[in-house]
Design a protein around this ligand. Structure first.
Ligand code: NI
Length: 380
């Protein structure tokens, strides 16, 4: 394990950490990644996207193409962890560790470049923008970057797992994400004369409670789903019943059948409760990434690559969080792993950290598993 490479990757990660950029605005990040790859003569692919970097390392021997994906965007969070290399951009922070993923994938690229002559096939690097918006992967796919790719691997840091561990699991690992926005349209009135209006605050209160029965009464206790109402806005003073109330929230599920059923029940409850109070509900529905299901054979190969590097393999609990890597898996087989980074706080927390000792380990894991996938010549 090269000390020099490790130092270089840590400095790359710190640079990214100091200059985080929001989804679809990763312009400087894109420039830096291009520069770091070009320094090692890695061939950059053309793209129609404004941000993101795509590159190929074509081996000296024939074979298929596999991809390594890293996400590159940050979050609108004010960093509060006292790190000497904390964010210099106010209100923006790499609070999900995508700087870690980017540095690890650059490390894998450097290792692959060294090994290029012996490589059987091509490794494509996908430095993907806008993961946090849940749509970056869709643009990468539309841009044709995975058209000739036979399998894809990726990872996410996991602060609650120690360095040296990796969570690998076939099947469902992360949830499908749906977002809803409801306007309950009632009729405003004087607070003391409610009979002249249709109070949307009362309807909203009934609605929030009723929505909680979707998980408790409609989804099997052996399956999982979450319905969270996260925002409610209505009224602006104490003696007026408002005309409408806005509710927002999210629904998470692991199986497409349950996702559909939950959506149907949700619409039915919202519309019927609104009707019961002589009101109308306007529902906007924003489907996000599907559930992330890891491909069995590719996952098995990644597991044996991890064992080969003495990583301790953990059977990870699935996360109700979403991950737009799932879009790639709708097109091609692949696997997504959780990588132990022993952080202070969970994802998206202002004091989030990663232990940098994990960067070189993640770089080797991506390098070895891409190589092993190519060596198996598409037998998955
Ligand atoms: Ni993330």
């Amino acid at each position: 394990m090269s000390r020099e490479l490790e130092k270089r990757l840590i400095s790359i990660r710190r640079h990214l950490h100091q200059y985080p950029e929001l989804s679809n605005e990763e312009f400087e990040t894109t420039k830096s990644i291009r520069k770091w790859l070009e320094e090692e003569d890695i061939v950059i692919r053309s793209t129609g996207l404004k941000t993101g970097v795509f590159a190929d390392i074509k081996g000296g021997r024939p074979g298929t193409t596999v991809a390594i994906r890293a996400d590159i965007d940050a979050l609108p969070i004010d960093e509060k962890n006292g790190l000497p290399f904390a964010s210099k951009i106010k209100g923006v922070m790499h609070a999900c560790g995508h700087d870690f993923h980017t540095a690890a994938a650059i490390g894998a690229a450097y290792l692959l470049k060294e090994y290029q002559a012996e490589l059987c096939g091509t490794v494509r690097l996908l430095f993907q923008p806008a993961e946090e918006l849940g749509g970056g992967a869709v643009h990468v796919i539309k841009d044709g970057q995975i058209d000739d790719v036979a399998a894809v691997i990726g990872l996410h840091n996991k602060p609650d797992m120690p360095v040296g561990t990796i969570g690998i699991k076939e099947g469902p690992l992360m949830a499908a994400v749906d977002r809803f926005h409801i306007v309950l349209q009632g009729k405003g009135s004087h607070a003391a004369i409610p009979q002249n209006g249709n109070d949307p605050i009362i309807a909203a209160a009934q609605l929030i409670t009723a929505l909680q029965t979707i998980v408790s009464r409609n989804v099997s206790p052996l399956d999982s789903a979450v319905v969270s109402v996260t925002r409610i806005t209505g009224g602006n003073t104490w003696n007026v019943i408002p005309g409408d109330v806005i509710l927002e929230g999210t629904i998470r599920t692991f199986h497409s059948g349950i996702r559909e059923e939950v959506k149907e029940t949700f619409y039915s409850i919202v519309n019927h409760i609104a009707a019961a109070f002589s009101q109308k509900a306007v529902i906007d529905w924003f489907p996000g990434p599907p559930a992330l299901h890891n491909h069995p054979a590719v996952t098995e190969m990644a597991r044996s690559s991890a064992l080969g590097q003495s990583l301790e393999i953990i059977d990870p609990s699935p996360s109700m969080g979403g991950e737009d890597f799932a879009y790639y898996l709708q097109h091609i087989p692949g696997t997504f792993a959780f990588f132990g980074t022993n952080g202070n706080e969970g994802w998206h927390h202002p004091a989030f950290t990663v232990d940098e000792k994990a960067i070189i380990k993640a770089a080797y894991f991506l390098f070895e598993s891409a190589k092993d996938l190519l060596n198996s010549h598409g037998k998955w």
